[in-house]
Design a binder for this molecule. Structure first.
Ligand SMILES: NC(=O)c1ccc[n+]([C@@H]2O[C@H](COP(=O)([O-])OP(=O)(O)OC[C@H]3O[C@@H](n4cnc5c(N)ncnc54)[C@H](O)[C@@H]3O)[C@@H](O)[C@H]2O)c1
Length: 257
């Protein structure tokens, strides 16, 4: 029997990368997984026996509709993974207000809107499980330490880190656990954006930039999406029943020094 048997999960930004891997891993552990993204990830949903819907996480109305859809089509919600996110690597002086606002709309407001919308549904089924309900927010190593040319991204992921802790305290009486995950650079489209940013900033080729990024992690490589999916499955399960408000760092040692 899987560790998430009987659970209903929602993963945002699940068309590719970390979100896709989390959705697949949760389904493999027995959960019914609803996946959303700007375009509905229907093929993924078919493969994992889940549900798909188009959803922009910055839209309050989309969130209300997604919660109604979960109630009607899935029968509730036990696990919310606020995964959808954008990256921005630019010097501060070259960053427009519109870029800052778009980044925060997705990375911060999306997490706030999703959490607020999902609380009543999560609270309904939380008493069913030893570990209650679980909200998992994708922060980053960039929410723990600064990096040059990524200050705006740092701000957005730092906000996710502390929003998570405030939520954990506020929602504990309802048995809703709230934790953040802090990945190092993971080999996804966004990870590739990091490599391209380093290549641009230091004037080296793509291969050299990739090995520079890998070498920032003491374990010597970028991470794989499964590294983050495993952490998310754990935080969603009863095995993490006593964990809330924590920051799970999965970064190959990047922030250990
Ligand atoms: N890849 C990394 O190195 C890394 C490191 C640390 C943290 N993270 C975080 O993990 C999460 C997933 O990262 P990834 O590498 O899989 O990124 P990715 O770019 O590969 O995928 C992100 C997904 O989010 C979706 N998305 C973007 N805006 C959206 C919106 N408004 N509404 C709904 N969906 C939207 C995209 O369509 C895409 O499918 C992000 O929050 C990211 O900040 C990634």
């Amino acid at each position: 029997m899987g560790n998430l048997e009987g659970r209903i999960a929602l993963v945002t930004g699940a068309s590719r990368g970390i979100g896709e891997a989390v959705a697949r891993a949760m389904a493999a552990e027995g959960a019914t997984v609803a996946v959303t993204d700007l375009a509905a990830p229907s093929e993924l949903a078919d493969e994992i026996g889940g549900l798909a819907r188009a959803q922009d996480v910055t839209s309050e109305e989309d969130w209300a509709q997604t919660i109604d859809w979960l109630r009607e089509e899935a029968g509730g919600l036990d696990i919310l993974v606020n995964n959808a996110g954008l990256f921005l690597m630019k010097p501060i002086t070259e960053t427009s207000l519109a870029e800052w606002q778009r980044l925060h709309a997705v990375n911060v407001e999306g997490v706030f809107l999703g959490t607020r919308a999902a609380i009543p549904l999560l609270a309904e089924r939380a008493p069913k499980w030893k570990g209650g309900a679980s909200i998992i927010n994708l922060s980053s190593i960039a929410g723990l330490v600064g990096s040059a040319n990524a200050a705006c991204y740092n701000a957005s992921k730092g906000a996710v880190r502390l929003f998570t802790k405030g939520c954990a305290l506020e929602l504990a009486p309802q048995r809703i656990r709230v934790n953040s995950i802090h990945p190092g650079v993971i080999d996804t489209a966004m990870g590739q954006e990091v490599v391209e940013g380093v290549s641009h900033a230091s004037g080296v080729g793509a291969n050299e930039a990739r090995s520079q990024v890998a070498s920032l992690h003491p374990l010597g490589t970028m991470g794989e999406t499964s590294d983050i999916a495993n952490a998310a499955v754990y935080l969603a399960s009863d095995k993490a029943a006593f964990m809330t408000g924590s920051e799970m760092v999965v970064d190959g040692g990047f922030t250990a020094g």
